[in-house]
Design a protein around this ligand. Structure first.
Ligand code: GLY
Length: 555
């Protein structure tokens, strides 16, 4: 009997061991800037894990890609801890200062003041990135915070050659940054846009990073740096207080989990809208066998799934600490079946025929995303931002830190368009210490074949990009294919399908137009970073979006 029990237990153990995927045995990083990718690989070579690499890459991006993200911004870090198989979502999204009000961007007549939520310190929410990086280092890293921040400090202190993307950003933002002397001095050292290849040094930012390396989040949220930021913000018409900074905390959330024909999808919960919209679209698509449809029919159904999912985003979503989100209903397969039943096989559904809402999410065009895997199977997908290019443009003197303009992700006034010509509703109205609704969608995919780690910037288009990338992975794509496939996007309003060159064939364009779609070709968009690991072949692939200058490394 005893022998049988031992045999049985051994058998069980062997079955479990066979079912568990092996360790990948490779470190991999994909990010939007070559020096940041290097920083991640470097800390892993020094004994760090994927979480150390996430801190190193995020901090390096604050130096080499400050128009997209930085210490003055915030975002989301989705982690998978291989030790216990747990997924954790670190919400380091900014929150509104305590003195913020729902009407703070309106004049006395109740009109929205153009640009007020986009420029200068009044547009800046309280940053969350530093708190997130310190949290990840303390709870998940193997190296010290100083080790994780060392590559970023070196890049800031010694400088790095200006790349073509940074140069283009400086050209496009010259007028905005000229208003703020500290930023102007750092980025336009001779009073003009420096040429490509110019060695850009940021000594104040290096000092700020060193302070954080020494004191952890107290180095940023309290003491000298906090005082400098608050004083400068208030002098220039902003409303931050020392207490806003002192009281900022990351929120640790459970990621949203869904399923599509056997593929597990792990993604961003509110205060991002990303996971809900992604999973709702997948729930709608789950009722079809897309592999048996023509390309035209498949694209029609995917566009309709985007339309319905984005409509609900607009209506229901905001910071869950302030708004009751009907999550169970939105993610129920029965709800998706009801929506699917109204999709016609041969016709576009006019958005005006869906129940009207007053809101469409704002769109941002500068944000960054990273994907990381380590040899033990720890993973990170993170998307973070200062919102628009160089955020508010405002840099408190002596800090080297560009502050975000994330307040524009709130709704300045229900029904009144924001900086992108878009409108919103009360669920996303401004309130003290509320987090503005985001579209950032860092995501893991798990199938019997293996796993994928992906994310991208791109404002409201982030979610449709992740949807298309995930479908590509489901259909057998590797990292290169996931980041390269041509993209198309529909977000309910405007009732237009935007598409990149090559996303539709000539016949598909004719077919979609016949169905009633309005199509508009756009410039290529997005900057996706992806990693895949195939359990069977052991192959790890990593890729950075060919539309931009990022790099991916596997070692
Ligand atoms: N700032 C853009 C977003 O969070 O979606």
């Amino acid at each position: 009997m005893k022998r049988f029990a031992v045999f049985f237990l051994t058998l069980l153990f062997n079955i479990a061991a066979a079912a568990a995927p092996p360790k990948p045995g490779y470190d991999a990083v994909a990010s939007a800037q070559p020096f940041a990718t290097r920083a991640g690989m470097q800390v892993m070579a020094e004994g760090g894990n994927a979480f150390d690499a996430a801190v190193a890459v995020s901090a390096a991006l604050a130096v080499v890609e400050p128009y997209s993200s930085g210490l003055g911004g915030g975002g989301f870090w989705l982690l998978h801890d291989a030790k216990n198989g747990r997924d954790v979502f670190v919400d380091g999204r900014e929150y509104a200062p305590a003195a913020a009000t729902a009407t703070m961007y309106q004049d006395q007549q109740g009109n929205v003041i153009p640009g007020a939520s986009l420029n200068g310190p009044l547009s800046a929410a309280i940053p969350g990135e530093v708190a997130a990086l310190v949290y990840i280092n303390q709870h998940y890293g193997r190296l010290s915070l100083a080790q994780d921040l060392a590559p970023a400090i070196k890049l800031a202190r010694n400088g790095f050659p200006l790349d073509r993307m940074f140069h283009a950003m400086l050209v496009s933002r010259e007028a905005k940054l000229k208003q703020w002397p500290a930023a102007w001095k750092v980025f336009y050292p001779d009073g003009q846009v420096p040429p490509e290849g110019y060695r850009l040094k940021q000594p104040d930012l290096a000092n700020s990073l060193e302070l954080i390396a020494k004191r952890g989040d107290a180095g940023f949220y309290q003491g000298k740096l906090a005082k400098e930021m608050v004083e400068a913000v208030r002098t220039q018409g902003g409303i931050w207080s020392l207490e806003d900074l002192r009281d900022y905390r990351v929120v640790i959330r459970k990621p949203l989990v869904g399923e599509y024909h056997g593929m597990k999808i792990i993604s961003a919960p509110p205060s991002s809208s990303g996971g809900i919209v992604l999973l709702e679209a997948f729930n709608i698509l789950s009722g079809y066998d897309l592999s048996h449809d023509s390309d035209l029919m498949r694209k029609h159904l995917i566009i309709e799934a985007m339309r319905y999912a984005y409509r609900d985003r607009a209506d229901y979503l905001g910071d869950p600490a302030f708004v009751k989100i009907p999550l169970a209903r939105l993610l129920s397969p029965y709800y998706a079946a009801g929506l699917r039943a109204t999709i016609l096989p041969d016709r576009a559904t006019p958005s005006r025929d869906l129940a009207p809402v007053t809101a469409v999410p704002p769109e941002s065009n500068h944000t960054t995303s990273i994907s990381i895997l380590d040899k033990d199977g720890n993973r990170v997908a993170a998307t973070f931002t200062v919102n628009f290019r160089f955020g508010s443009g405002f840099m408190p003197p002596h800090t080297g830190v560009i502050l975000n303009d994330e307040m524009d992700d709130f709704v300045s006034k229900p029904g009144v368009p924001n900086g992108f010509g878009l409108v919103g509703n009360a669920a996303n109205a401004i309130a003290p210490h509320k987090r503005p609704l985001s579209s950032m969608t860092p995501t893991f995919l798990e199938t019997p074949r293996g796993l994928a780690i992906l994310g991208t910037p791109g404002g409201s288009r982030i979610i449709s990009m992740v949807l298309l990338g995930a479908l590509d992975y489901f259909n057998g794509g590797d990292a290169k294919s996931i980041v390269s496939i041509p993209r198309y996007h529909m977000q309910y309003l405007p009732d237009v399908v935007f598409y990149e060159p090559g996303a539709f064939t000539k016949d598909e364009i004719t077919g979609l137009e016949k169905m009633g779609y309005t199509l508009r070709q756009t410039r290529p968009y997005g900057n996706m970073q992806a990693i895949t690991w195939n359990y069977k072949t052991g192959k790890v692939t990593a890729a950075s979006d060919p539309r931009d200058i990022g790099t991916a490394e596997v070692k």
